[in-house]
Design a protein around this ligand. Structure first.
Ligand code: HEC
Length: 211
């Protein structure tokens, strides 16, 4: 499914809403919610959104499977998801994974993009601090994801780890089925250059993440 630049944050919000609706209804009836109920709930929640935004509420194959199993997918389904998502990862044609960490630091901090209020042409950010600690001097960060402080240093700046981080950021579900982390590259939310810059933030020895 081809996503537009603005879709990733909404998809994230969408899957969170879907999980909530599923959870509430499953608890009451002690069985999985009827997907039709969830769909109606979502439509009502985003009822005033434009048709373009409505189209973004439709989950792709991977999200459908994650919703069906409340993210606890059986191993065989997890393998299918990871294979499908791995096939979506586009690696840099020049073979270089490391961009400019200073630019990466700005992208990691920015929560712009994917919002109704964004003006046309807004450059999307990764909003990494919403879920991760990165630079230790930054006081405000979320803890949904693990701390990424000293990420490159702890991994001895290993080439395989650099590639793995690029893959994770490009398409989190290529590394872990039903991950709560957005699929930044696969959904067209961040560009290849932006992802390279963020990988440099994690792996450049000069980056404050490794100081
Ligand atoms: C909505 C929350 C969320 C956001 C936003 C998010 N992540 Fe994550 N991230 C996670 C979670 C949760 C994990 C743990 C593994 C998993 O569930 O996929 C993770 C795992 C990772 C890992 C692997 C960590 C390890 O154990 O080796 C890296 C690297 C990473 N994230 C980088 C980033 C970067 C860089 C950004 C910003 C571009 C970002 N993440 C944005 C939630 C998030």
């Amino acid at each position: 499914m081809k996503m537009t630049l603005k879709s990733a944050a909404l998809i994230l919000a969408t899957s969170a809403c879907a999980s909530l609706a599923f959870a509430a209804s499953a608890k009451k009836a002690d069985k999985p919610a009827d997907p039709a109920v969830v769909e109606a709930y979502l439509k009502a929640t985003f009822g005033k959104a434009s048709p373009e935004w409505q189209a973004k509420l439709v989950p792709d194959e991977t999200l459908k499977t994650c919703n069906k199993y409340h993210n606890n997918v059986p191993a065989a389904e997890a393998d299918k998801i990871m294979a499908r998502e791995a096939a979506r990862v586009v690696y840099p044609a020049d073979g270089k994974f490391l961009g400019d960490w200073k630019s990466g630091a700005k992208i990691a901090q920015s929560g712009l993009g994917g919002r109704y209020s964004d003006k046309p042409g807004t450059v999307a950010g990764g909003n990494c601090y919403a879920c991760h600690q990165l630079e230790s001097k930054e006081l405000s960060f979320g803890t949904i994801g693990p701390s990424l402080t000293n990420y490159g240093k702890d991994r001895k700046y290993d080439a395989a780890e650099i590639k793995r981080a690029y893959t994770k950021i490009y398409d989190s579900q290529a590394e872990l089925a039903c991950s709560n982390m957005p699929r930044f590259g696969a959904n067209g939310f961040l560009t290849e250059q932006q992802i390279k810059d963020i990988v440099a933030l994690l792996f450049d020895p000069e980056s404050p993440v490794n100081k």
